[in-house]
Design a protein. Sequence first.
Length: 442
Amino acid sequence: MKTKSLALLAVAAIGTVGLAVYSLNRSQDAVTATPSPEGASKETKDRLFPGLLEKINDVASVTIQQKDGEYTLAKANGRWGLAEKANYPIEMESVRKLLIAMGEMRKIDPKTSDPTHYAAFGVQDPGTPESESALVTLKDASGSEMARLVYGKEHESKGAVLTNQRYVRRGGEAQTWLVQGTFDLKAQGADLLQKKILEVKRDRIRSVEITQADGSLLAVDRASPTLTDFTLLAIPEGKELTYPTAPGSVASGLEYVNLEDVAPAGTIDYSAPPGPTARFKTFDGLVVDVKTHDKDGKAWAKFVASYEEPHVEPTPEGETPKPAAPALKSPEAVQAEVEELNRLLAPWDFQISSYTRSNFGKKMSELVKDKPAPIDPNDPDKDAYIIPSTLPPEIQEQIKADQEAKGNKVIIRDPTPAGDVKPQDGATTPDHDHSAPDHQPH
């Protein structure tokens, strides 16, 4: 992962104004701070936690305790994760902002040290009834406490304008302070989890196979990445597509796959009972297999990536080979992608949304409908204008009167099994909103 640097300017509040520049480096998911030589020689006495910013890369855990519970963000092997979820990776920006804010937090004005007045500033201990505060504890790798903060109400100026100021207490101390510097806290640790599981764009997909637990198969494919539409294979006799582009919806199943929760691999038994499985293949050789399982009203999925040498259609003699689509990757790049995906995915079972789960379990019946019944050439009513009996009676009468005035024979009856009853050639309907049923596919 590339190293990114973020410059942090700390301005002394007392005495001669000077600048101390701190570089926050991102190596994997680590948060680090290295003071400049000038900044290292200046200790700003109004910081709430003097020296913390200079030791920010020693922080190995952040525990957030609120009235509804607590969670811990922990750094292991250079990566930050949620301890309660077996250290599954978290979104780093919130951690980064919290650590920087605590390191830079500056005292503005002392407030109460009387516990009976804490409620006015929101700095009661989190276990106190009616408390809205949070207790934030930073520790190093040895478990030694580096800082502890009771995080209270945000200060509002006249007109309820927020000022980036808070009421806080250092843990274990009675004194309340108004400080400069705030950060956002999530109510639950799960809100910090990296939501994106994987993303394979539809443009790369060559084929998808979905197999139900009973062995029934739904398969779509396309011969070339230059083709927009997919083909549904093995359409049953007497059936047709619900709409022409229906197979393409299956190919979009790996776009924007996000988690709702996560558990260590092996938590979910995908064989008891088995759910639908899906196999996605790309034109450049990536294969993603998905197992699903429904448990206690929640949908779970397991993802495995592999490489399969892509099938290349031979170019007919005398034709110029078509260039590869720009989105396609080299075999080496795809194999590296497979390795990285499995490193990220193999240790986990993922809870996914019901919508995502439906994409991995689509059935043939969702993509096809009955073909319209053929017209019997011997049917005496074959040229009649058919009005579906499912229309409201007043609408039926309007249509009937209009068609009979034009000399057309009219029959009111139940629609055909396909529900696709249309006026005969040359027939028209009255010019109002309810003159004919909607024939758009559903």
